[in-house]
Design a protein around this ligand. Structure first.
Ligand code: GLN
Length: 309
């Protein structure tokens, strides 16, 4: 099917009909208590084309917790600075381990495998924090600029819930500090990191915020270039190889799009020069990715016959 003949709204409606049997197979993120109470049967999806069309289905306008998808936007924000050297402090390889694993970090002397696992994202946030007295507000402002929605705010209950249960993240930050790969005082850094993860968004907002990755670095929402075309290609490569933790190979096999997931149940993906697509459903598979969301994206690229391959 050529993309200009795709009936995106019809495809979304078919997916909503076919996705039913997959509910109840996954589980909400339990380690952040504030996320465990979100109704598991929620499902929304949004597509935004580079031409400016938007297609929504289900709970596409409901707010949810952005969680690790924020790692994509902090990376974009840091790459937008001139004179930045992040790659001596974070790698660009898939980790093959869980998003919050400590094991590899010890072997690899405090250099996280990539910016999309927790350790790597904490380093990226550290870089932002060392350049800004008010990093938390800057991160929120950047996301609101990309989504065009001023109501994308920090959910204080989720931020506190993470703060109270963030033992592994504290361990990751301390381990990296012991290797001199963290500069910001750790309590301050974790506070900024938890607050970026606790931003609320919807599928509709996320699809808009990710559009620069489909538009060579240009944000049609903010109406400005937010990334160079070169960095845009590089981020898409990293998303394809590292965006879904240790499930990234099967996701590329089944879906075939650069994407980023979060334990709030969101996943955002792009097809360069064509569209961005966001899905949300809170029940997660054993890797911490939305189970229904992954299936919905698989159905989406199968039905439209559109992927990067
Ligand atoms: N805030 C979560 C954490 O740091 C994000 C994890 C995720 O979405 N995979 O554990």
């Amino acid at each position: 099917m050529a993309e200009n003949s795709v009936d995106f709204q019809g495809v979304l409606a078919e997916i909503q009909d076919e996705i039913d049997p997959f509910f109840g197979q996954g589980k909400n993120a339990g380690y952040i208590p504030a996320l465990s109470d979100v109704p598991g049967d929620k499902f929304g999806m949004a597509v935004h084309t580079v031409e400016g069309e938007e297609f929504l289905i289900g709970d596409a306008q409901d707010d949810f917790s952005i969680q690790s998808i924020s790692k994509l936007f902090t990376l974009m924000q840091v790459l937008g600075f001139d004179d930045i050297d992040i790659w001596s402090r974070v790698g660009r390889e898939p980790s093959g381990t869980a998003f919050n694993s400590l094991v590899q970090l010890e072997y690899e002397k405090g250099i996280p495998r990539n910016p999309f696992i927790n350790a790597g994202a904490i380093v990226v946030t550290d870089i932002l924090a060392s350049r800004s007295a008010d990093a938390s507000r800057r991160i929120g402002d950047y996301y609101r600029m990309l989504s065009g929605n001023l109501s994308n705010r920090v959910d204080e209950e989720v931020a506190l819930s993470e703060q109270d249960h963030g033992y592994r993240n504290a361990a990751l930050a301390n381990l990296m500090r012991s290797f001199d790969n963290i500069q910001t005082p750790i309590p301050d850094l974790l506070d900024i990191y938890f607050r970026q993860c606790a931003l609320t968004t919807s599928c509709a907002d996320l699809a808009k915020a990710a559009l620069p990755l489909a538009c060579g670095g240009y944000s049609p929402i903010a109406q400005k270039q937010v990334l160079s075309t070169r960095d845009t290609k590089r981020i898409n490569a990293l998303l394809l190889t590292c965006g879904l933790y240790d499930a990234v190979g099967s996701f590329a096999y089944k879906v075939g799009l650069p994407a980023k997931s979060g334990v709030g149940g969101g996943i955002v993906a792009v097809l360069p020069n064509k569209f961005s697509v966001a899905v949300w459903s809170p029940e997660l598979d054993s890797y911490g990715n939305s189970l229904v969301g992954s299936k919905a994206l698989e159905l989406f690229t199968t039905k439209t016959d559109l992927s990067i391959f």
